[in-house]
Design a protein around this ligand. Sequence first.
Ligand code: ZN
Length: 554
Amino acid sequence: MPQPGRREFLQYVGMGAAAAFLPLERQTPELVLYNANIITMDPALPRAQAVAVAGGRFLAVGANDEVRPLATALTRSLDLEGRTAVPGFIDAHTHPAVAGRMHLRMVDCNLPSIDAIIAAIRQRAALTPPGSWVMGFKYDDTKTSEGRALTRQDLDGAAPGHPVFVEHRGGHTAYLNSLAFEKAGVSEASADPPGGQFSRDPATGRLTGRVAERAKDLVEKSLPLTFSRDDYREGVKLISQMMTRTGITSVHDTGGTPDDLRAYQDARESGDLLVRAYCFIGIGHLDQMIAAGVRSGLGDEWVRVGAVKLIADGSISERTARLSTPYIGRPDDLGILVTGEDELYEQARRAHLAGWQVGTHANGDVGIDQTLRVYERLQREHPRRDPRFRLEHCTVVNDDLVARIKALGAIPTPFSTYVYYHGEKMQYYGADRTARMFALRSFLDAGIPATQASDYPPGEFAPMMALQSEVTRTDRRGNVWGPNQRIGVEEALRVGTVNGAYASFEEGLKGMIAGGRLADLVVLGRDPLKEDPSTLVTVPVERTMVGGRWVFEA
Ligand SMILES: [Zn+2]
């Protein structure tokens, strides 16, 4: 381990930008961690043994014999006994607020078998008054051991006296039981609504229980999905507990509603907010925000207004991303452009001129190309210094797109856990495209600061799973997808910390363990740099610190 020089250490204490603003009493550490293997992500001091924390920030980082003497009678000192510490992870595209509300109200159906789902629904029904809805989410038809889809009969058996609604993880389909169809006013005689489908058994013509797209929207009107302001706050509390257990200390909530923004503020005020939130605002709410004089960056290190959220094309898991060549096995299908170029330009221009960061959901190469044209035109017509345009997901790329992303200084937020967790869906894209998807190697080689991003609930959020996925490009069954895009563990750590901070203009505040930065860190049970890449997902998160406080301890 390189021994940091005392000169560097003194520089951190006395001259760090943030330390200079700290009152004197805050320069006495509340906590010192020592005997640690600290991977700092700070190029000036990549490794350290000890860190002192004061006033929610790192006061000093260095060797044991440099930092430990700073402790006073009021300082707690903790021997980490050689454990590894890394900066807190930043999930740069996720939907925590709405996910938290779903976890509050719904059964988590991310289970290995239909039998297990039936048991979970039965258990919830036993606690629910007869006739009231039992709702589930995160069911994935490609991941249950029975190798078939959930049926109306399964759900009738689980809860005959309750209407049951189970949403697919992708969000575009759901599965109902007989009583749920009755409550929703759907019978065997009902016709499919335009743009939707009530799936039917080809042999009998009877409803199977599955509803898709507009048919799902229709039955959803009967669901008791109203949430009080307290529910919003409780949802944020719950999800922030779940995320900090895995080492996440900051989220970019790309859901984008003012109600969610309020929920984060409420949770913070009640002491329930454990992660820092950069809150996107959907285009539909932009005008009211501009009218109120709000723009990206307003707030503080806990709750901050993020980018405006625009949408160019469809999704990867539901296979509606707009591609230049068809999906495998569907020669006429290029996916969907959700917003035309002129409209996207008008939306982006309004936000750009009002000083907002712009983040556009763009998955397919055509969606990305169109979004880049909009950004390029904005910078030509209304140049702004350092706008940090974002490409949310930015999944399928090519050399030309990568070069343009670099030239613009734009930031992609590719799915981090997709290859490992959803590998079975990669077959629809084919080997050639797979080599250009979630293209971290291409981005990093071009000097583009791509981030870690889960898109939870559709994707899993554990940063250790992201590391394994990005480093191995191997799914849970051992299939390898696009090995040319593998990156190293240390690179993956940087993607998940430093780059996430940059994407929200907070690189001076967080992303590394360095003097003056926010005291956000994770203590791991094993060193990911020494771990076999195929077991990174099993590296235990033992403690998570946000703002100098342990928000999770195993
Ligand atoms: Zn998303």
